[in-house]
Design a protein around this ligand. Structure first.
Ligand code: C2E
Ligand code: MG
Ligand code: MG
Ligand code: MG
Length: 283
């Protein structure tokens, strides 16, 4: 009996796995098509200065206008794209779109504006091509200084040699700023903060969501902010959803607030309309 069961189970798994493999291959083909047919779009979420409520930054978040499925979020395709090398093509598209948008936002904004751009760890360490592309795009479109902030995850910084450090230093030399995204959940050593010229730390949203529940979170956030400020690094809180969280973070000296409380990510046109041309502040 058990032998039978085992065999059935084996067949069941292999059938499931084959289905999954087919599904994945289909998705990979669709991502290729999406790149070729320009189906990706950058959405923007405002990042607000906690002291003044001014919005002078926004995070670019990729969306896929899928012909059948409608708007698809990055959670559904970035992982797979990373595993198949397609992330390099996606990253190139994101880069050139973000640079053009940064120029446009700065033209339409009365104060200097910064767009923050997510980067996969797999993109950075490619012998310098990734940085070359940034340099080239920023020259071609005449990018203002500090108009782009690159978000890297802590784990991107874990390369054993100093290649990453070298690449990021080159970015710094063309006045592109660097942020560490999802700070607190990775494995980075605090020493990196000092070695690399980091401009911004983005505290992971899990800490923000625990703010009201666990007093430990307050202690931790306080420590992160103090440390960051001592190193001349500014702090963004991600995933801020309630006014209570906002007040608490402002009280703790957090420099910037990002989250559904301010606004959800929106299309570029809506962003320009809401935050740049009409100049309607929040609150
Ligand atoms: P992330 O960089 O940590 O971006 C923040 C995510 O949190 C976004 O999800 C955003 O919509 C969401 N978020 C913002 N405020 C709130 C809030 O108050 N509550 C909650 N629950 N969520 C909030 P999204 O747009 O689905 O992006 C997910 C992840 O996909 C990003 O996390 C980033 O790691 C990755 N990603 C997005 N765009 C790109 C891209 O252009 N390139 C690469 N390589 N990765 C990207
Ligand atoms: Mg991010
Ligand atoms: Mg710098
Ligand atoms: Mg994040």
């Amino acid at each position: 009996l058990s032998k039978n069961k085992g065999r059935n189970r084996y067949e069941f798994f292999s059938y499931e796995m084959e289905e999954l493999a087919i599904e994945k291959r289909r998705l990979i083909e669709e991502i290729r098509t999406a790149l070729a047919k320009n189906q990706f779009e950058l959405y923007y979420q405002p990042i607000c200065e906690s002291d003044t409520n001014h919005v002078q930054k926004a995070e670019a978040l990729i969306r896929w206008n899928h012909p059948q499925r409608g708007l698809v979020g990055p959670a559904e395709f970035i992982d797979l794209a990373e595993k198949n090398g397609l992330i390099v093509g996606i990253g190139q598209w994101v880069k050139s779109q973000a640079v053009r948008d940064a120029v446009e936002f700065n033209n339409k904004s009365k104060t200097p504006f910064q767009i923050s751009v997510n980067t996969s760890p797999l993109e950075i360490d490619d012998g310098g091509k990734w940085v070359d592309q940034w340099i080239e795009a920023s020259k071609r479109y005449n990018l203002p200084a500090h108009a782009i902030l690159i978000e890297v995850t802590e784990n991107s910084l874990m390369a054993p040699d100093s290649a990453i450090q070298f690449h990021l230093k080159r970015l710094d030399s063309i006045n592109v700023d660097i942020a560490i995204d999802d700070f607190g959940v990775g494995y980075s050593s605090l020493a990196y903060l000092q070695q690399l010229d980091i401009d911004i730390l983005k505290i992971d949203q899990s800490f923000i969501q625990n703010l009201e529940k666990h007093s430990n979170s307050i202690t931790l956030i306080k420590a992160i902010i103090t440390m960051a400020h001592n190193l001349d690094v500014k702090v963004v809180a991600e995933g801020v959803e309630t006014q209570a969280q906002y007040n608490q973070l402002k009280h703790l000296g957090c420099d910037y607030i990002q989250g559904y409380l301010i606004a959800r990510p929106m299309s570029k046109d809506k962003f320009i309309d809401t935050y740049l041309e009409s100049k309607i502040g929040i609150n």
